[in-house]
Design a protein. Structure first.
Length: 404
């Protein structure tokens, strides 16, 4: 089997890379699995067997756009070399963002049957979002039209000759129904089997063993754990916390994470008069994070982008921490509103503050947390792996290749 992803640990930017690694390790119990990924992380792991870090990494920069034909050529060479070395019976694509999608076109049309695991929105713009392939379809005018003509000339290279009209028969699994709706199979892909499997990871298991020691009611502790960038909405958490303090003056907010918004968040907390009650310890991992989870009175997830399906929902549920969640993307599929968690509208800091107050004071909170814990059992790693095995077996059968 050849697994393809733009990033693979130790190169990590989100949760899907860890999820992919977990699935690879599971599949290796019964199959030979090779991973084809980008050059990101190359050299960080000594003696890395079964991982080919050979695909170019395409940045969102003008310089990389100018190198699009070169990156496409390097990508197809890496793809064909991986097919020759691994001789896979299945190509299993996880994430095609920021790698040359000419490589994906080769892998999915010149190789064995294909399956996709879709965890982010890149799938909806397969080929059309690529800095090289998007110019192969005529119709652009002016300077862009001239550049497009140059790209079509480059595509005459004997090792390229990419034909975007070639269909791709594939099995596709999305990590939420929301993402399935937002990023359906694009025109080249003709699905023969589809599934929705909510994500999980081996790392969520440790949260089920957290021994709760919540902060006292007069000094509740609000937890945010994630990257400090605008997509995750930490500023919403700070503004909500400032409003919450009117009702809970002894409360504190822990922003556990690193990211480009760290200094701005510290400044915002100061402007809102809560600088002394907002802690920014950086990223917490292992026992340090679990200790804070044990103390948390509520766990806030204020994402302002259409997050497909955050693992943090499962972590909060298994740790039995009251969850206050943004109503975006696939989050309402992970935990259901009112039944398992309290929700607020995207970017609505006042609504977030009200939901936090309810989580801290509502007599129904313990029952809601208990129901969330039961839901968390359904989202644990073992049932997830069984669902992924079933997807591959059913997908291979639909593709005309029985599972081994």
């Amino acid at each position: 089997m050849l697994v393809v992803s733009n990033l693979y640990p130790p190169a990590v930017r989100g949760g899907y890379e860890v999820e992919c690694q977990d699935v690879v390790e599971h599949l290796r119990e019964r199959h030979e699995v090779t991973v084809l990924t980008s050059v990101q992380g190359r050299g960080e792991v000594a003696g890395e067997a079964g991982v080919l870090r050979t695909l170019p990494w395409v940045r969102h920069a003008k310089a990389d756009s100018l190198q699009a034909p070169r990156h496409a050529l390097l990508g197809v060479r890496a793809a064909r070399a991986a097919l020759a070395a691994a001789r896979p019976e299945l190509v299993y694509v996880w994430n095609g963002a920021q790698i040359p999608q000419a490589a994906l076109q080769v892998l999915t049309t010149e190789g064995p049957p294909v399956a996709f695991r879709i965890c982010e929105h890149w799938f909806r713009s397969l080929y059309t979002g690529d800095v090289f392939l998007r110019h192969l379809t005529p119709g652009e005018r002016g300077l862009r039209g001239a550049w497009a003509r140059a790209m079509r000339l480059a595509n005459r290279h004997p090792e390229l000759r990419i034909d975007l009209d070639r269909p791709v028969r594939a099995a596709v699994s999305w990590n939420s129904q929301a993402l399935r709706t937002a990023a359906p199979a694009p025109p080249p892909v003709r699905t023969v089997h589809e599934a929705v499997t909510h994500p999980s990871s081996a790392r969520v298991e440790v949260f089920a063993g957290v021994e709760r020691r919540p902060a006292p009611a007069e000094a509740p502790r609000i937890l945010f754990a994630g990257r400090l960038d605008r997509h995750k909405g930490p500023d919403v958490a700070v503004r909500a916390f400032a409003a919450l303090r009117a009702r809970h003056p002894g409360a504190t907010l822990l922003l556990a994470g690193e990211g480009p918004e760290r200094d701005a968040l510290a400044a915002l907390a100061g402007e809102l008069g809560v600088g002394d009650a907002v802690e920014l310890p950086g990223a917490l991992r292992g026992d340090a994070l679990l200790a804070e989870v044990a103390r948390a009175s509520a766990w806030v997830v204020p994402s302002v982008w259409e997050e497909p399906a955050g693992l943090v929902c499962t972590e909060a549920a298994l740790a039995r921490v009251p969850a206050v969640l943004s109503r975006v993307g696939g989050i309402p599929e992970m935990l259901r509103e009112e039944e398992h968690a309290l929700f607020f509208a995207k970017g609505d800091h006042a609504g977030c503050a009200e939901a936090l107050h309810r989580a801290l004071s509502d007599p129904g909170t313990p029952e809601r947390v208990a129901r969330a814990f039961a839901r968390g059992q359904e989202l644990r790693h073992a049932p997830y792996l069984r669902a992924m095995d079933a997807f591959l077996a059913d997908g291979l059968a639909a593709l005309g290749r029985p599972a081994a």
